[in-house]
Design a protein around this ligand. Structure first.
Ligand code: GFB
Length: 314
């Protein structure tokens, strides 16, 4: 058991979706949260990361920083996705080791799972086949981080562990119509369609792919549980174990935003993988369960979107 009280915890990526949820969760813990804005520390710069890690020497590092985006962003900038995420993983994990930091938690992604493995996805299936084509560069970079954690634990006796979250959403999400993930993009699109009096909401793809969604604050609780108590070297899935079709998600988003028009499926956009529902028995066995339902989480996320729109307009 790694007691977080009194510890100095570095949350890399503190302003992002997961990082901000981690900071909220850690505010209930008697610890010091270390953060470094991008303007101060570029995680892609090896020398800066090494210097920062040695100067601040946290007791634990949570690597929640990543260059992320939805299916459109991944296809538009595959080089950035593989380069930035690989370099950040290399720099943060190796620098933590050089600074003699024993505890590190790295965030992988369910898109690391190969396409041709049995569902629900079990941790044993990682790296057993080819990545799904729309996010292969991102999946490769994330897999590098996961394998580094195993390697540094094995060679140096570190406790570097990794989690594999499903599709996440929540406050601080990127409500970008083209580059965001499906939840923030459709929340924004449905809201704008309602406000403009549009009769149709375009939904990318066929609507048949299924995805597993987890609210970021639920994810943060699971991550802190792992940091405190997980001793294994295998990554651990973090999700609900339940999936919903994109069409039904879009319908729920229409209810939440109050958009009353019709869904129109735009098949010129890709579907991505048909399903990536995960087996979450390991994290369940540790006593964690998601508490925020998808419907409730979407309501909260929509309120976050509205408050940011209002702040932007002011
Ligand atoms: O969220 P999303 O981009 O993530 O898309 P992925 C999920 C599904 O929603 C896809 C459909 O089938 C999309 O075609 N979709 C419908 C939309 N309308 C929209 C829309 O307006 N915007 C978006 N973005 N999708 C990402 C990976 O894959 O998952 C990332 O590319 C990362 O690297 C992330 O791993 C968690 O689940 O397809």
């Amino acid at each position: 058991m790694f007691d977080l009280s009194g510890k100095r915890i570095f949350v890399a990526g503190h302003s992002g979706l997961v990082g901000s949820a981690l900071c909220r969760a850690l505010s209930d813990v008697d610890c010091t949260v270390l953060t470094a804005p991008r303007s101060v520390l570029d995680l892609r710069d090896q020398a800066s990361v090494q210097a920062w890690m040695i100067a601040h020497k946290p007791d634990a590092v949570i690597m929640a920083a990543a260059h992320v985006g939805g299916i459109g962003a991944n296809i538009a900038a595959p080089a950035t996705f593989v380069h930035d995420n690989a370099v950040m993983a290399l720099n943060v994990i190796h620098s933590a080791h050089l600074a003699n930091i024993n505890h590190l938690l790295f965030l992988g992604s369910s898109c690391m799972y190969p396409v041709d493995v049995p569902l629900p996805l079990r941790e044993e299936s990682l790296l057993s086949g080819r990545f799904e084509v729309t996010n292969a560069p991102y999946a490769l970079a994330k897999s590098l981080g996961v394998e580094m954690c195993r390697a540094y634990s094995a060679q140096y006796g570190r406790r570097y562990i990794s989690a594999v979250p499903c599709n996440l959403y929540g406050p601080q999400d990127r409500y970008d119509l083209e580059r965001g993930h499906v939840v923030p993009a459709l929340l924004a699109k449905a809201h704008l369609a309602k406000m403009s009096g549009a009769r149709e909401l375009p939904v990318w793809g066929s609507g048949t792919p299924r995805r597993e969604f987890l609210y970021s604050d639920d994810c943060a609780r699971a991550l802190l549980l792992l940091l405190r108590s997980y001793e294994g070297d295998a990554p651990v899935n973090v999700g609900t174990g339940e999936e919903i079709s994109i069409a039904n998600l879009a319908r729920m988003i229409c209810e939440v935003t109050g958009f009353k028009g019709d869904l129109v499926f735009d098949r010129s956009h890709p579907d991505g993988v048909s399903s990536k529902v995960m087996d979450v028995s390991r994290i369940h066995a540790m006593g964690w369960r998601a508490e925020i339902s998808l419907r409730d989480g979407l309501e909260r996320a929509y309120q976050d979107y509205l408050s940011r729109e209002a702040a932007h307009a002011a």
